[in-house]
Structures are given as C-alpha cells and as structure tokens.
Design a protein around this ligand. Sequence first.
Ligand SMILES: [Zn+2]
Ligand SMILES: [Zn+2]
Length: 266
Amino acid sequence: MNDLDIKQQDAKALAAGYSKSFRMVEILSIISFWSLSIAIAVKASAFTSTYPWVLVAALVAGFLMADFVGGFVHWLGDTWGSTEMPILGKALIRPFREHHVDEKAMTRHDYIETNGANCMVAVPVAAGALLIPLTIEGWVAPALFALVSIGSMIFWVMMTNQIHKWSHLEVDEMPPLLQTFQRLHLVLPPGHHQTHHTAPFDTYYCITTGWLNWPLAKLNFYRHMERLVTAVTGLIPRKDDIGLEAALKVAPLTSADAPKPSPQAL
Ligand SMILES: [Zn+2]
Ligand SMILES: [Zn+2]
C-alpha cells in the first residue's frame, strides 16, 4: 500500500475544531454517564447473593461486547462522513481524522476531551438499560443479565478511549502496572495497535483489548460491511480521511478503479 497517494487534512485545523460549547456537552455527558452507571450498579447489587453467576457472566459478556462495539464505532468514524457535516462532523468525526494525522494529539487531551464523547454515546444506552424491569416472575435472570451486560459494555466502551490513549504514551510515561496489563493483552498493547496506524488505516479498529482484531480481519468483516454500505448509499469509504484517489484504491468500486500492479511486481 506504499504507493497510495494519501491526502489527509491539516492537523492544526482539525485540532482547532474542538469548541468550548462541545466541551460543556462533554462535561454534562460525563456527569450523566457516572450517575446512570452508579444507578445500574445499585439496581444490580440487590441480586449478588441470589444470582452471583448471572452477574459474573454478564460482566464478562459486556467486556467482550465492548471490544466489538468500540471497534465498530471506530470503523464508522474512520470510514464514513466528513468533518464538514453539521454537528456530527465537528463533534464525532473530527477526532478520528485528527488521530490519523497526529496520533500523539490524544495523549495531550485531558480526561474530559478523552472520555466526553464516549460518555455522550453511552448515556442514552444506560438510561434505556435502567428501564429493564427485574421483577417479572420467571424473567429475573435474563433481565438481570441484560442490565448488567449492557452496564459492563458501556463501562468498557467508555474506557476504550482512555485505554487507546494509554497505548500511545511513551514507555517512560506508562506506569509499570499498565505495561504489565498491556503485555498480558488485557488492555490494548501499543505494538498490536500500530497495525491500525499503518496507511490506509483500514484494519484493527478494536481498541479496548484488541482481541477481536485478528478474527474480524480474517473474516474480512469491514470490507464486507463497506461493500454493503456503498451498494446502498453510493458513498466511498475513507474518502474524507485519505482522499478520493487513495480511497478508491483501497476499496475499488469497479475493476477499472483497482490499483494496477507495479512494473516491478510483474
Ligand atoms: Zn482509526
Ligand atoms: Zn491510535
């Protein structure tokens, strides 16, 4: 892929797109997220002695789902839309574009800028989960599983950006315990994540543990999804991120758009 003529946006212009009003929304989202998460924990804690294994299974299921959901949202943000779109462009798409042109920028972001957007996405899910009734006879265990797995999933989705940020720190900035977790692959290891930062940024989107990156790449999951979206909408994946020419080489619409083999390769 070294012959791709990748045209990315200006890092300074992308960083300048972070506005004061969006920061206020992020602060409110973080407060709402933690309030709702505590409410979920309190609601579930009444069942620790009656359904302990349901709680354990749901916590693990949520952890696994978070790697997929976080990766899927990352793929959406990297692949579709543009920073020029109203609301979504500045608020949600801009950080994805910025991260590909300046991968260290996020290490300079504080707690609010790192985690605010993920909290914003998680708030309506947490509020919906709290509506799950835990009193219907015969349905307590599945309802409890749903509540706690959603609660665990949104917690780890919220942590995704923090874990992602840790993977971009210099080694001397990382606490020893974090390095141990990364080495054990319990959180995203920096070396593993660099596969995503190799142009044209079209694989290894999962950034919580990264456990699902290899199987999803083997299944060609994202290329199948992109072909489906292009067939329905006509949009070209990664056009805003790397420019039309490179985007067409990565995901050709017709065989005429496909990259020609270089003379050396013949
Ligand atoms: Zn990315
Ligand atoms: Zn990264």
